[in-house]
Design a protein around this ligand. Structure first.
Ligand code: ATP
Ligand code: MG
Length: 684
């Protein structure tokens, strides 16, 4: 081993070292949670660059969130300390990598992409935008756009994630006309939705491959070495991309855990592990069995739960191979509370005590490393099944004054002033973006009214040009001047041009602050949130691109902690994927939430049930030392208060791993640290 290699392999066990240094690919690493999969991927990249002399620009790593991408990049850089060209390493989500490719391809050869040839930038629609397009289409077909929009969009997206186009016989008859019209409308706007970003990239690669253009070599070189984390959650289109990018697969390296597949509802399929093995018969499979994260109790409990999924084919029994490196730990607490509010209070009270050094939940007869230490806020996470649960929790954190951060996409982005602002600035960086331009002209400050919009559309149609060109034409040389309509068009044109020149010199936060003042939006909280996000970016296009592609786990908002960096993390089980915390609370461990059912009376179907179980497994395995499950006996759901039962998954945990507690009892026994602020909350 060279000195360089020794450094890169330090801190890895022999199994991990073998995977990191595997020579002929493809390499498949299948292993349970906390066994160091992500760590292995990071070291593999460092080894490729530092030991094998691969240039960073020849390496692409795919992660599930932009945040994870940033972290991996930093960890690689740290392992290698200063390697030339390290910034040319590609790490990102499928979507961000694909969008990059589409953009760079256009810059290089606009003629190759006739569909969008006159555009410099791509118009990407976020989920709310896509939904607006779909609702428009639904309404034109005499359907109730608003009620149906989200549901229909999910169905269409599911088909697209499997590469099923409107022309395919696989499209259900009832969906066919809507899906067709939706795609046509996107085409008219020359816009892509999330799924299109991937589909267009597949098209591009297939076309370039067929035409055998020299450009392909150039794009391909970025994928000389391809690494994919969380491979259990790739969907069919993403799998196709992996195949296209990896070529013969000589340097393909994928890692994941089929037991942690939680995006089946969006078209992902963990069986691609099996497919990959069949597609590349020479693939080497590595297993990592040592778990460095959790206590033996947590591992035993989680494994017992996930083992109830019978369908696991070629990976069956993976969970039983996990061996804990930790030697001791307390039992898992199962705390029953009377209500959702009591749950929130119990959590914040307990967190307050833990950080103060006295935990009330800790079983006293248990030998444990856990009870001997004190915790800081950032050691603790509160996980839940649905985003909505964060509301009550947040209320409790605010009342108790405990610093927290909420991870997840948020409603402020859906609010009208924010959407109008973002639409306007999308037009600023890309005036040919018809979709957002018409959005600007259809409401808010620049509202042109029906007649005005019709005029712009008509002009654009006649001139066969973009709406922006039509506006320029309509306002040129004072044509039709003096009318109220032209004045409005001119106002829009002037504003757009003014901000276009501002973006050349000013920071996004400054530009946005100017806009807020100009439009009297200072009182709107959502705008303040947008400003906070913008202040983290140094150029406006980067800010807008980032916001459109952000995954749920990429968003976070701070509460109670303007100054402090120590915060409790609140997030959904989905957003917690890949993360770990010394102390984990899982709230709402109740039938109907875990597993989640759509209606009060329904029960989950077999495959959804299996996925819900895996999601619970992901939650359990985020904990390093202490795990607390909470079930409320009453919770408002489906618009009314109802009694609820504990999750059936709790019964799958071996009883000796669990300690049952009831919150009322606790309060009566020891009424420690009662915060006067809480008197305002009436409990029982
Ligand atoms: P998940 O399935 O949840 O994504 P993972 O398999 O990716 O988990 P990592 O997050 O890479 O696991 O590692 C889990 C923890 O174990 C991390 O804190 C990591 O630093 C630690 N770890 C991994 N390998 C080793 C090792 N060889 N020695 C010490 N600690 C390790
Ligand atoms: Mg990981």
């Amino acid at each position: 081993q060279s000195a360089q290699e020794k450094g890169i392999l330090a801190g890895l066990n022999p199994q991990q070292q073998e995977a990191v240094t595997a020579k002929t690919g493809p390499v498949i690493v299948i292993a349970g949670p906390g066994t160091g999969k992500t760590r292995t991927l990071v070291h593999r990249i460092a080894w490729l660059i530092g030991d094998q002399g691969i240039a960073p620009h020849q390496i692409t790593a795919v992660t599930f969130t932009n945040k994870a991408a940033m972290e991996i990049r930093q960890r690689v850089a740290k392992l290698l300390n200063k390697v030339e060209g390290i910034e040319e390493l590609t790490v990102g989500t499928f979507h961000s990598i694909c969008l990059d490719i589409l953009r760079s391809c256009r810059r290089q050869s606009p003629t190759n992409h006739r569909d969008f040839s006159e555009l410099l930038e791509l118009t990407v629609l976020d989920e709310a935008d896509s939904r607006e397009v779909l609702e428009e289409v639904l309404r034109e077909k005499g359907r109730r756009g608003h009620q149906e929009g989200l549901k229909v969009l999910k169905r269409i997206s599911f088909l697209k994630s499997r590469g099923i186009l409107p022309s395919s016989p696989e499209v259900p008859a009832d969906l066919n006309p809507i899906y067709t019209a939706y795609q046509e409308r996107l085409g008219e706007y020359r816009a892509l939705d999330y799924d299109d970003i991937l589909l267009q990239t597949v098209n591009l690669f297939e076309r370039l491959e067929k035409e055998n253009v020299p450009e392909l070599q150039h794009i391909r070189s970025r994928f000389t070495h391809l690494l994919v984390d969380e491979f259990q959650d790739v969907n069919p289109v993403q799998y196709k991309l992996v195949r296209l990018w990896a070529g013969k697969g000589k340097n393909l390296f994928v890692i994941g855990d089929p037991n942690q597949a939680i995006y089946g509802f969006r078209g992902a399929d963990y069986r691609f592990f099996k497919k990959l093995k069949d597609d590349f018969p020479g693939a080497q499979i590595f297993k990592l069995t040592l778990n460095y994260r959790s206590t033996p109790t947590i591992i035993r409990a989680a494994s017992a739960v996930v083992a109830k999924n019978s369908e696991n084919n070629f990976i069956s029994g993976l969970e039983s191979t996990i061996v804990a490196t930790k030697t001791k730990g307390p039992k898992i607490i199962h705390l029953q509370v009377p209500s959702e509010m009591a749950e929130g209070i119990a959590i914040v009270k307990e967190i307050g005590r833990m950080v103060g050094g006295t935990t009330m939940l800790q079983a006293h007869d248990q030998p444990s490393g856990a009870s001997e230490r004190t915790w800081s806020f950032s050691d603790i996470a509160v996980l839940f099944r649905t985003g909505r649960q964060s509301e009550t929790l947040e209320e409790c954190f605010l009342k108790e004054g405990i610093p927290y951060r909420i991870v997840g996409r948020e409603s402020f982005l859906e609010e009208q002033p924010v959407r109008e602002t973002l639409a306007f600035f999308r037009c600023v960086i890309q005036p040919e973006d018809d979709f957002h331009l018409y959005r600007c002209l259809g409401r808010g400050r620049f509202d042109l009214g029906r007649e005005g919009i019709a005029l712009v559309r008509e002009t654009a149609r006649k001139m066969n040009c973009s709406a922006w060109k039509a506006i320029t034409e309509l306002t040129e040389g004072g044509r039709a001047s003096g009318t109220a309509l032209t004045d409005r068009l001119l106002a829009f044109r002037n504003a757009l041009e003014k901000y276009r020149s501002l973006i050349k010199t000013e920071l996004p936060s400054k530009i946005l602050a100017h806009w807020i003042e100009e439009n009297n939006l200072g009182q709107i909280q959502a705008m303040d949130r947008l400003l906070q996000v913008a202040s983290r970016f140094s150029d406006l296009p980067a800010f807008l691109h980032r916001i459109v592609l952000a995954q749920e786990a990429d968003y976070e908002r701070m509460g109670n902690n303007k100054a402090s960096v120590e915060t409790v993390s609140l997030m959904t089980l989905h957003a917690a994927k890949g993360l770990e915390f010394p102390v984990v609370f899982i709230a709402g461990v109740e039938d109907g939430l875990i597993p989640l059912t759509e209606r009060k009376t329904s029960t989950a179907k077999e495959d959804t049930l299996a996925e819900e179980r895996r999601l619970f497994y992901v939650g359990l395995t985020r904990a390093k030392d202490m795990l607390i499950l909470l079930s409320a006996r009453n919770r408002a759901r489906f618009g009314s208060k109802a009694s609820s039962c504990c999750s059936p998954f709790v019964r799958e945990i071996p009883p000796d791993c669990l300690e049952q507690k009831s919150w009322v009892e606790q309060v009566n026994q020891k009424n420690v640290n009662s915060n006067p602020k809480f008197k305002q909350l009436s409990l029982f």
